[in-house]
Design a binder for this molecule. Structure first.
Ligand SMILES: Nc1nc2c(ncn2[C@@H]2O[C@H](COP(=O)(O)OP(=O)(O)OP(=O)(O)O)[C@@H](O)[C@H]2O)c(=O)[nH]1
Ligand SMILES: [Mg+2]
Length: 185
């Protein structure tokens, strides 16, 4: 497995059409860039930070020369300006309406559960008629006795299959890689 940063995009003229692709979405700090690094088995192909708001553009990462993972700016980040939020929504809309990507990984913090913003974007994605896969991140942060309960809670709000993962403990990547294979074939 190898991953390669290809480019950022801020307008639809910059979109790439040469490989299947998957958009990675979620609130700031949920672990989008960490997930991309884990899948590409690289430490810092995508920038990770303890400070929310690290990723500010949509970024293409080519994996195995086969497909793109598209990192996106985190939403729900208080310090972002209204213009930034509007720009994000506009880009998201154009990207998904271009029909390049019909599948989205929506990352939700396993411990925090779906936030108001997560529910808001989930509805937007449903309306755009893309297939949403909910990835529950930071699985390591919740005790094993509470996992099932929390998974059911997330499932009752976001009605679709949940893929729990932990980048820290390397949990859930077998299922996730199988899913990706299925999506890109
Ligand atoms: N415990 C734990 N921490 C994680 C995990 N995945 C990511 N983190 C931490 O969460 C923080 C945010 O991770 P990022 O990958 O930068 O999050 P992001 O969603 O890309 O954030 P933005 O770029 O700001 O939108 C970092 O401190 C990571 O180390 C995980 O599986 N377990
Ligand atoms: Mg990021």
């Amino acid at each position: 497995m190898a991953g390669l940063f290809v480019k950022s995009f801020v307008s639809i003229e910059d979109l790439l059409f040469d490989h299947p692709q998957l958009l990675v979405m979620g609130r700031s700090n949920v672990g989008k860039s960490s997930l991309i690094n884990a899948i590409t088995k690289q430490k810092s192909v995508a920038r990770i930070s303890k400070t929310p708001g690290k990723t500010t553009t949509f970024n293409y990462y080519l994996v195995d020369n086969k497909y793109y993972l598209v990192d996106s700016p985190g939403y729900g980040y208080a310090k972002r300006s209204k213009t930034d939020k509007e720009r994000f929504l506009k880009m998201l809309n154009s990207y998904l309406k271009s029909r390049i990507s019909r599948s989205v990984f929506l990352l939700v913090d396993f411990l925090v559960g779906p936030t108001k913003d997560d529910l808001y974007y989930f509805e937007i994605l449903k309306k755009l008629d893309v297939t949403v896969y909910v990835i529950a991140t930071k699985y390591d942060k919740i005790s094993s006795s509470n996992r099932k309960k929390r998974e059911n809670e997330i499932n009752s709000l976001l009605y679709c299959k949940i893929y729990p993962i932990s980048v820290l403990k390397k949990v859930g990547f077998e299922a996730l890689n199988e899913l990706i294979e299925e999506i890109i074939k």
